[in-house]
Design a protein around this ligand. Structure first.
Ligand SMILES: [Fe+2]
Ligand SMILES: [Fe+2]
Length: 322
């Protein structure tokens, strides 16, 4: 798809009409007028989301050959494949904003684009597959359920299908965790260790506090985001603490306490310096993840070439027949 030139400059009367549509709860569609800044913010957010889906395949892909049973292996393969599909829907959605998917993928491979910080942590044991499904997909659901009401139609619609699949991801993770948590002492220790390593990085997935999040105000104003990072984080914690308790797992936060008045689980200080280091590229697995993506891209070149050649042949035949 060609890079679209702005249809209009950001004429204040057009912006006012656009904002009135947003306020009325209308959804914005690809051919509608939108401020360039809205297009830019959505492109950034959706492409980061798409990158996160496909980089997110890597930590779990590591464990497919080591799944402890055929049933677990089938679920894990299906889940990792779903994440590829999520990447595909969202890259397609991003193209409706007038950007080319190849350019977005190139930004990821060059290290110019961001993706979710959580995927830069290693997966050290089988229990990590359970904890990722439970906490990481669980956090993604909280985020994406709200994005399903985002003002941009193609993004919102992609989220509806994605959330259905994410629910399966979370359930299979929860089942792995519950099985291990009620297993042998060694299994219980393994799942507890995984929870200890993933709890805080999962909370960081919602991003910095809104006061420190440069894009939040604008995204909220245009209803791309419907809730703040802090609201979503709190919702995730409130949903997750009772699940941990039900499984007999401890969350690694001594400050976690239920507030009877607000009905919220209050929690300890998040180490944002760790988050910013990971975002800057200094997490435990940033280099490994990007190297794996670059290899996969290079190894897949023949498939892309074959697809293009096939499409050209098909077009030529259709033209000749017409
Ligand atoms: Fe996903
Ligand atoms: Fe998922």
């Amino acid at each position: 798809m060609e890079q679209t030139t702005p249809m209009h400059t950001d004429d204040p009367s057009l912006v006012a009409a656009f904002e009135a549509r947003i306020a009325a709860g209308e959804s914005i569609e690809p051919k509608d007028w939108m401020p360039e800044r809205y297009r830019k913010q959505l492109t950034r957010m959706m492409s980061q989301h798409a990158h996160s889906e496909i980089v997110g395949m890597l930590p779990e892909g590591n464990w497919i050959t080591r799944a402890p049973s055929l049933r677990r292996k089938m679920s894990l393969i299906a889940k990792v494949q779903d994440e590829a599909g999520h990447g595909l829907y969202i890259y397609c959605g991003t193209e409706t904003l007038g950007v080319d998917r190849h350019e977005l993928v190139q930004q990821l491979l060059d290290g110019r684009a961001k993706y979710s910080s959580i995927f830069n942590y290693p997966t050290l044991s089988w229990a990590d597959m359970g904890v990722i499904g439970w906490l990481v997909d669980g956090a993604a659901i909280v985020n994406q359920t709200v994005l399903a009401k985002a003002s941009y139609g193609p993004y919102a619609r992609a989220m509806i299908r994605i959330c259905k699949e994410e629910n399966f991801h979370k359930r299979q993770g929860l089942e792995i965790c519950a099985t291990l948590a009620s297993g042998t002492p060694a299994q219980k220790a393994m799942v507890q260790d995984a929870v200890n390593r993933f709890w805080w990085p999962a909370l960081m997935m919602f991003g910095p506090s809104d006061t420190d999040s440069p894009n939040s105000a604008e995204l909220l104003k245009w209803r791309v985001k419907r809730k703040t990072n802090d609201e979503l984080r709190q919702r995730f914690i409130n949903l997750t603490v009772p699940q941990a308790q039900a499984m007999g797992l401890t969350l690694p936060d001594p400050d976690l306490i239920f507030n009877e008045t607000t009905k919220d689980w209050e929690f300890g200080e998040i180490d944002w310096s760790e988050f910013f280091e990971v975002i800057k590229g200094n997490g435990p697995c940033n280099h490994e993840r990007l190297a794996a993506r670059r290899d996969a891209h290079a190894n897949g070149a023949w498939v892309r070439d074959a697809a293009v050649a096939y499409a050209a042949k098909h077009d030529a035949r259709a033209t000749a027949a017409a």
